[in-house]
Write a protein that binds this ligand. Structure first.
Ligand SMILES: NC(=O)c1ccc[n+]([C@@H]2O[C@H](COP(=O)([O-])OP(=O)(O)OC[C@H]3O[C@@H](n4cnc5c(N)ncnc54)[C@H](OP(=O)(O)O)[C@@H]3O)[C@@H](O)[C@H]2O)c1
Length: 269
């Protein structure tokens, strides 16, 4: 990747992204980090990454093509305007939840090329999925560069309609919490059925992570994988009859995703 990246904010997500870029062969000379915290990771210092407490400290000769905002949404009011001088020279790529393209246009001006994304928490272990939307000022070549940067922490999909980021937030953004809840519910149900608490928690956790691995490695759809363990008249079908009934998981999930979508719209204003 022959591009210069200015990473703004190196917390959990910034760390994951930076580690991913280095693993993928991005040279440390192509990266600058702005991060006010003193505890910048030793592995990044050892890798020769230059980091600065403020953007004013970045040397004038460093010309970023991509400025990635990886600060908390509540910090963005203060952070984004500090980068206005890069408009026209760099694409602004935000991973901040709920911050719209209009929001960044207000902060940076109508000439700003902006990519708004919605990653999810498994990005922290590079198994995330990110959905991205670009305004009309982002060139195809820059979109490809953004894709490459985001792929360092998982899969990447693009949408042409920013409004889709509300249901995206409801499905993949909030989705990891639904899976964690499933682990909790399965563990509790095991205890109700007579299992010792510790064993039930271990079984529930290993079942969800193992099923995730199977999904990752198998070419089959989730439906086929489910059908493969559903022998007619067997135990799995007995449980699925309950879960897939009228008031079951499918209708609850529709309701849950609709609620999260509504909330995402409200928060984006
Ligand atoms: N974690 C996830 O899996 C996840 C998933 C989806 C979306 N996101 C989005 O990713 C963004 C980052 O999340 P995170 O979990 O990585 O947050 P985080 O761990 O709090 O990292 C943000 C970092 O930015 C630093 N910062 C604050 N002000 C700054 C400034 N003026 N210039 C440069 N850096 C500054 C913070 O330093 P201080 O601590 O000193 O303030 C902190 O180290 C958020 O907007 C979030 O919505 C995260």
């Amino acid at each position: 990747m022959a591009l210069n990246i200015l990473l703004v904010g190196c917390g959990k997500m910034g760390n994951a992204l930076l580690g991913g870029w280095l693993d993928r062969g991005v040279a440390s000379s192509q990266i600058r980090v702005v991060e006010p915290q003193q505890q910048f990771g030793q592995e990044f210092i050892d890798a020769g990454i230059a980091y600065h407490n403020t953007v004013a400290d970045v040397e004038d000769g460093f010309a970023p093509n991509i400025i990635m905002f990886a600060v908390k949404p509540q910090s963005m009011d203060d952070v984004a305007p500090e980068y206005k001088s890069f408009v026209g020279q760099a694409v602004f790529l935000s991973i901040a939840a709920g911050k719209t393209v209009d929001y960044f246009t207000n902060k940076l001006g109508s000439d700003a090329a902006i990519v708004r994304t919605m990653p999810n928490t498994p990005a922290a272990v590079r198994s995330g999925v990110t959905v991205a939307f670009a305004n009309s000022l982002v060139a195809e070549e820059d979109k490809r560069a953004c894709t490459a940067l985001l792929q360092a922490v998982g899969d990447v999909h693009w949408v042409d309609d920013e409004a889709l980021l509300d249901p995206v937030t409801a499905v993949s953004g909030s989705g990891p919490a639904y899976v964690f809840l499933l682990v909790e519910c399965l563990a509790k149900a095991g205890v109700e059925a007579g299992l010792p608490e510790e064993l039930s928690a271990a079984l529930a956790r290993a079942t969800i992570t193992g099923s995730g691995d199977l999904l990752t490695q198998s070419p089959e759809t989730a439906t086929t994988l489910r059908e493969n363990v559903s022998s007619p008249g067997g135990t799995t079908v007995a449980a699925l009859d309950v879960l897939m009934g009228d008031q079951g998981m499918a209708s609850l999930m529709v309701e849950a995703v609709a609620a999260a979508t509504r909330r995402s719209k409200e928060l984006a204003g």
